[in-house]
Design a protein around this ligand. Structure first.
Ligand SMILES: [Fe+2]
Length: 308
């Protein structure tokens, strides 16, 4: 992890806030079934857009897929007259299926994720005993971002920050003065993401979070999930670096790394697996593509026994 990249991200955010660069328009789409916030972010000057962390609706009891959530995004993009340049994932999600290939087919754009997805593909390729048709080289994606990689959204500058811990491949995306944190931080009253999936690491998560919290305090943070902390009535998924630093219940300023690691590991040991982890990972490790059809033309997802 390079602090040089973090300094570049801070400079980008400060520049936009000082009027040297465009602030993005952010529209969020919250899926209550999976507690996931998806985002469409656009440059008001060029109407160029990015989609982050889309959801494909999946009913596990019936095995039925639907596209209501993704269709809301498509209708917003069309109504606003946006051109989609990127369809981004912050990581291979374990709680919902990605609609990225569907959105890419309908709206265009390049599909991207962090380079460490190759590691995730290897781990889960083994767990699901995927065949040789699953390449495990990231080739399902159009671009694999490294820490500090820059890209453009119309005239707006954007960059990827590698924030591993929840999974080895997690990225946060800095777009103008907004940061899309993926599964690192949740709202200050709720805390942080778990770090106990295969390849997860609570110590790495702490360091990634500290890195995000060294961005300017007024930086807008857009989270991937909200679970409504006890006592809160509304779902909320936007906060700031300053609010996280002063009041995140698990990782506010002053919390020591070893104490965080002990807390996170103890808490993770009490959590059950997310309801959709088995279907989600099989689809998301393939960039959101469903497994190939079998000889009868139907597609199947596997349930590995005693593996997770
Ligand atoms: Fe996640």
């Amino acid at each position: 992890m390079s602090d040089h990249h973090l300094a570049q991200a801070s400079a980008l955010i400060c520049g936009v806030r000082a009027g040297r660069g465009t602030a993005p328009i952010v529209e969020s789409f919250f899926d209550e079934a999976t507690n996931t916030a998806s985002y469409v972010i656009h440059d008001p000057a060029t109407r160029s857009a990015v989609i982050i962390d889309s959801v494909l609706d999946f009913d596990v009891a019936s095995g039925r897929i639907s596209r209501k959530s993704a269709d809301k995004i498509i209708s917003y993009v069309k109504t606003e007259g946006l051109t989609v340049g990127w369809v981004l994932e912050t990581h291979a999600h374990a709680d919902h299926l990605s609609a990225a290939p569907y959105l890419k087919a309908e709206l265009g754009g390049q599909l991207a994720i962090g380079r460490e997805i190759i590691h995730v593909q290897n781990v889960f390729g083994k767990i699901f005993n995927a065949g040789t048709e699953f390449a495990r080289d990231g080739s399902e994606f159009d671009r694999l971002f490294d820490d500090g990689d820059h890209f453009m959204v119309g005239d707006m500058q954007a960059m990827a920050l590698h924030v591993p811990g929840h999974t080895p491949a997690d990225l946060a995306y800095v777009i103008g003065d907004a940061v899309f944190t993926g599964d690192t931080l949740f709202m200050p009253d709720y805390g942080t993401a778990r770090a106990d999936f295969p390849g997860g690491d609570s110590r790495q998560l702490f360091r990634s979070i500290r890195r995000l919290l060294s961005l300017p305090p007024e930086t807008r943070l857009f989270l991937c999930h909200d679970y409504k902390a006890v006592g809160r009535e509304q779902f909320v998924w936007e906060t700031t670096v300053g609010a996280q630093r002063s009041s995140n219940v698990q990782v506010h300023e002053g919390v020591l790394e070893d104490d965080f690691v002990a807390m996170r590991n103890a808490r993770d040991a009490t959590l059950s697996m997310p309801k959709l982890i088995i279907p989600s990972i099989q689809v998301n490790m393939r960039g959101g593509h469903l497994p190939d059809p079998e000889s009868n033309g139907a597609r199947f997802l596997k349930i590995p026994l005693d593996a997770l």
